[in-house]
Design a protein around this ligand. Structure first.
Ligand SMILES: NC(=O)C1=CN([C@@H]2O[C@H](COP(=O)(O)OP(=O)(O)OC[C@H]3O[C@@H](n4cnc5c(N)ncnc54)[C@H](O)[C@@H]3O)[C@@H](O)[C@H]2O)C=CC1
Ligand SMILES: CC(=O)C(=O)O
Ligand SMILES: [Mg+2]
Length: 374
């Protein structure tokens, strides 16, 4: 198979879909790999390293989108990239379609076969292709929140760990999954006063057992959320209903009762955000203030630590890429129901139920697509 990897074009996105090492694995298996010149510059991977791995360097994304059977990326295709997608082509990347009607429309109209990293599952229902980036974003969320809490950045002027004789900052983490767990680890490590809310009793048990006295756990209902959020210095939004738009758990109304200069970091922004007042921001201009509450809503947080993130991402995306290249996507999915969960759009139809429901498309189950000949 001819596989192409364009340079990412989202604001301050420095990751790359394929490292030179991953390109080499695909090439050793008999595939052709085309890399856009400078695609790896954000992680200091040179064109020469890709050439040594056996890849071909091409000048423009146009050549890649026109000639390659599978496109491997990191972020959802931007508008300019979507215009280049073709029927029958495989797009393998993060998509986050439920809150993104224009992207979904373009993918449907292009006829592309779009596999979303974030909805590929694992044997215990986990999201293994989302996990490493959630680990990164969870850890970064505390750094981002700590910076935003500084007075010069609009925050309350609170040091999360406090100092001897002064109370630490209060960190509230909504959602105790991968992002939430990693955020709590960082916050507790700094010595902050940490509370984790979730509505899944198993998650509450897991985080409660892990953190013991270093973090409190609370069931996520409206009363507990209100109480925790209004007393917080830093709130981290880390909820997920896989493939669906995030529920709005902190309303505009609640901001008025929050502390002046408190910070909301909405990691769930890629699924539309879990605070009513969230709107996507960029690394170039990451925060804005509403009702004296600082909002940080960067949708590609791991892009800022591109080196760590690219290698962590490639570790989990490459095995599936190798299988798709070896067998074709249909056979690879027929052999692996967890990969099949990743199919979001195929040949003009939406094949992921939560996305279809959210955006009003007819849902075409993947099983039907896979049994269809051709
Ligand atoms: N902004 C960024 O750069 C990045 C964003 N993310 C996003 O972060 C979000 C969280 O991802 P993960 O932690 O991997 O998901 P996860 O599935 O591991 O955890 C989500 C948790 O939210 C909980 N939850 C669901 N509804 C809830 C509610 N009403 N109240 C409290 N908890 C609730 C679930 O029980 C689960 O424990 C996703 O939207 C993901 O795409 C991930 C990586 C980077
Ligand atoms: C998961 C995601 O959206 C990211 O890593 O940018
Ligand atoms: Mg206020």
């Amino acid at each position: 198979m001819r596989i192409g990897c364009p340079k990412e074009i989202k604001n301050h996105e420095y990751r790359v879909g394929l490292t030179p090492e991953s390109a080499k694995e695909l090439i050793v298996q008999g595939n052709e790999v085309w890399i856009q010149t400078q695609a790896g510059s954000g992680i200091d991977a040179t064109d020469q390293q890709y050439v040594e791995a056996g890849a071909k360097i091409v000048d423009t994304p146009d050549e890649i989108f026109a000639e390659c059977e599978m496109i491997v990326k990191v972020k959802e295709p931007q508008e300019a990239e979507r215009k280049k997608l073709r029927e029958g082509q495989i797009l393998y990347t993060y998509l986050h379609l439920a809150p993104d009607a224009p992207q979904t429309k373009d993918l449907v109209e292009s006829g592309v076969t779009a596999i979303a990293y974030e909805t590929v599952t694992g044997p215990r229902g986990q999201l293994p292709l989302l996990k490493p980036m959630s680990q990164v974003a969870g850890r970064m969320s505390v750094q981002a929140g700590a910076t935003a809490l500084e007075k010069a950045h609009g925050g309350r002027g609170v040091l999360l760990g406090g100092v001897p004789g002064v109370m630490p900052g209060k960190v509230v983490v909504i959602g105790g999954g991968v992002v939430g767990f990693n955020a709590a680890q960082m916050a507790a490590g700094l010595g902050a006063d940490v509370t984790i809310l979730d509505r899944d009793p198993d998650v509450l048990e897991k985080v409660g057992t892990h953190f013991e006295a270093r973090a409190a756990t609370r069931f996520s209902n409206q009363a507990n959320l209100y109480d925790a959020v209004c007393g917080a210095d830093l709130v981290i939004g880390a909820v997920l209903i896989p493939g669906a738009a995030a529920p709005k758990l902190v309303t505009r109304e609640m901001l008025k009762d929050m502390q002046k200069g408190a910070v909301l970091v909405d990691v769930a922004i890629d699924q539309g955000g879990c605070f009513e007042t969230s709107k996507p921001t960029t690394h170039a201009d990451p925060t804005y203030v509403i009702d004296d509450v600082v909002h940080y809503c960067v949708a590609n947080m791991p892009g800022a630590v591109a080196r760590t993130s690219t290698y962590a991402l490639n570790n989990v995306t490459l095995p599936h890429a190798l299988r798709i290249a070896r067998m074709g996507w249909k056979k690879a999915m027929a052999n692996d129901p967890y990969l099949a969960e990743g199919l979001n759009v195929h040949a003009g139809e939406v094949t992921y139920e939560a996305v279809a429901r959210e955006l009003g498309y007819e849902y075409r189950p993947v099983a039907e697509v896979l049994t269809n000949q051709g």
